[in-house]
Ligand binder design. Sequence first.
Ligand code: BGC
Length: 365
Amino acid sequence: MRLKRTACIAAIAAMATAGLAACGNGDDNNSKGDGGSGGGKIKGKVGIILPDTKSSVRWENFDLPVLTQEFKQAGIPADIQNAEGDKQRMQTIADQMITNGVTILAIVNLDSASGAQIETKAKQQGVQTIDYDRLTLGGSADYYVSFDGTQVGRVQGQGLQKCLGDKKSNIVYLDGSPTDNNATLFKNGAHEVLDKVTNYTKVAEQAVPDWDNQKAATIFEQMYTQQKGKIDGVYAANDGLGQAAISILNKNGQAGKVPVTGQDATPQGLQNILDGTQCMTVYKPNKQEADGLVKVVTALAKGEKPQTNGTAEDPTGKRQVPSILLQPIGIFKDNVKQVITDGGVKASDVCKGSYAAKCKAAGIQ
Ligand code: BGC
């Protein structure tokens, strides 16, 4: 696997021990369609089910195109679909994929119970399964490919602290979906950092069901009213939840005065950072995650054992799942450019209209 130079820097730390990262000129070395890991012949076809189109723009705008391209380049037939937030639909898609000859199935679960069911059913039909991005608790996935979720939370916590300074501050938490194991890891990582700052007081914390941005705005507005506006910092688990908080702060003339965190380095999150209404976001290069999945799928399709660089604990299933875990990157106003030069987001998606001047000022374009 070859990674683009910038992506490579982050990947090295996480993957060097497993020998997974190779840095070069950004060209992929999989042009022969051998998936880059030598050896046997690729047999079979992979099915990938993404969760929804609303909890983050990443699934349709980043993961779908990047996965499509990466699997094409690796010469592995891939059927990639989106469950649109419907658990039953995800099961139906999985059933259809298996009927149509998928031999390896990767899912981003909508919750652990439904994910585990899909994996059990797949297993019964001889299909190997992989958890992509979200670990299915109590599931039976053979492998897990993701970013280190606790580290994502730490980067968010450190980011909020950087933007707030150590002054006396009331902090509220808008956590991700209670059914998403990642959301638990993110908030644990954030608490690990922020709870140590004695000047910070947590005045409210709530999980946002299904990462629903509308519900996040309602929840944040209630927090704001209850605290009589005395909120100094907002931990928001991703850019969508961050935007919900910013919209309410804006209504109250406070946007830009109260630092808000995020995740996913979405065009809107990056624009908010350039505006100064969002303190930071977390960049998780999709190409690295897709590469990780391609690597695991390629090995499985050749009947080989995939290389991993760690394990993820499933406390429900009481097992350690062999994993590829990648390192996230904190993005602030001074390194928004990094996401664009790395190819994570197109400059044209961020630097539109009034953002052209702000991009210029930030050294972009
Ligand atoms: C992902 C985040 C995403 C969130 C909502 C999490 O599991 O890791 O990148 O923002 O789900 O879709």
